[in-house]
Ligand binder design. Structure first.
Ligand SMILES: Cc1ncc(COP(=O)(O)O)c(C=O)c1O
Length: 378
């Protein structure tokens, strides 16, 4: 039995009352009062131009892909070390993902690799902030600016984190957040699209509301609403938004608690790094991370897989991370690779993530660190 699971979603205890209040009030569809409240909280947090809640980060990325206007023949540069939705959103538009390697310290897209992958067909770059540690947005913004490219941030893991003082998701042109149950702030399934300039707003509202101008109608700007453009139902129900609001209001507390656990891991595992048994994560200069995950790099795949097994035998849930997209059947069918993938392949084979959730104690961390040490010493 796993008594220290990999993840346990944070709960305040007031969720049920909050959902009951929404049911009482009666607005359970999208763009209701709870959604508006969450959007205002996220706007204040990120200092972006506008936030639209979505049913998932996947949905927010699909909206971003639609907004970029990419289509067949266009290329979008992104890391291979990411979740499938980063790429699928653009593949759905007919564009080709071009996978490049990541930086060995952050496991974020390497701006030099992105620059080298540029062709006349490149239309956008996607920066994925792995583990809530910001990408080198200075270099990526310069690259996008110099070549007239749209910069999209997949900040699925980035709520509450900053790089050089700016919120992840609010630096490029468009950003996407996730509130899936595995994320720091969660409402089961949920996401948000960040529009970092007014120029995206009118079309984004239409895309979110099934291709109609319903948002304008709701504001009384038109006397009926109708089909005006492409779109889908990207909305979040106000029932879900009530759950999200409950958590967003506790973001500072959640992040502080997670950072405490992250720091405890970092201290407890230091001797093992000095003994050459593992590599701890390093945080890039300028990054204020959100302790989304605590990861280790092991010597090789066998050691990593053995560690996961040994921890499972002690009731501790630990996991590897992405199967790199360039090596997945979908990635080979829809995308292409540019340059070597050494860092990505090494991370896929040697990385392990340890349990990290609010409610874990110092004793839990000590027990896990001890189990890691024993497993690695054999
Ligand atoms: C980098 C990244 N992008 C996108 C997603 C998709 O998020 P969602 O489950 O909210 O659609 C995830 C989910 O884990 C992710 O890690």
């Amino acid at each position: 039995m796993t008594d220290l699971p990999f993840n346990r979603p944070f709960r305040t205890g007031a969720e049920a009352a909050r959902v009951a209040a929404v049911l009482e009030r009666g607005w359970t569809g999208g763009n209701g009062p709870q959604s508006t409240h969450c959007e205002a909280l996220l706007k204040a947090l990120t200092q972006t131009h506008r936030v639209l809640l979505t049913h998932s980060c996947t949905g927010a990325l699909e909206m971003a892909a639609l907004l970029t206007g990419v289509g067949p023949g266009d290329e979008v540069i992104m890391p291979s070390f990411t979740f499938v939705s980063t790429a699928n959103a653009f593949v759905l538009r007919g564009a080709t993902p071009v996978f490049v390697d990541v930086d060995p310290v952050t496991l974020n897209i390497d701006p030099r690799r992105a620059a080298a992958a540029m062709t006349a067909s490149t239309k956008a770059i996607v920066a994925v902030h792995y583990g809530g540690v910001g990408c080198d947005m200075t270099a990526l913004s310069a690259l996008a600016g110099d070549h007239g490219l749209i910069l999209v941030e997949d900040a699925a893991q980035g709520i509450g984190a900053t790089i050089d003082g700016r919120a992840l998701g609010a630096i490029g042109d468009l950003g996407a957040l996730s509130f899936h149950e595995t994320k720091n702030v969660s409402c089961g399934e949920g996401g948000a699209l960040l529009l970092n300039d007014a120029c995206w707003e009118e079309r984004a509202e239409i895309l979110q509301e099934k291709g109609t101008n319903r948002s304008r109608f709701s504001r009384g700007e038109v006397d009926h609403y109708t089909w005006v453009d492409l779109g889908s139902s990207f909305l979040m129900s106000d029932v879900t938004a009530a759950l999200l609001a409950e958590q967003l209001e506790c973001l500072a507390e959640i992040t502080a608690a997670r950072l405490e656990i992250w720091d405890a891991y970092h201290a407890a595992l230091e001797p093992f790094e000095h003994a050459g048994l593992l590599q701890r994560p390093a945080i890039a200069p300028g990054a204020r991370h959100n302790a989304h995950l605590y990861r280790l790099m092991l010597r090789d795949r066998g050691t990593r897989d053995g560690l996961i097994k040994a921890l499972a035998a002690e009731g501790i849930g630990a996991y590897f991370h992405y199967v790199p997209l360039h090596s997945a059947p979908g990635g080979q069918r829809f995308g292409r690779v540019h340059g070597p993938m050494d860092v990505t392949d090494a991370a896929a084979g040697r990385l392990v993530r340890l349990p990290l959730w609010v409610g874990m104690t110092g004793g839990d961390v000590a027990r896990i660190a001890d189990a890691v040490g024993r497993a690695l010493r054999g």
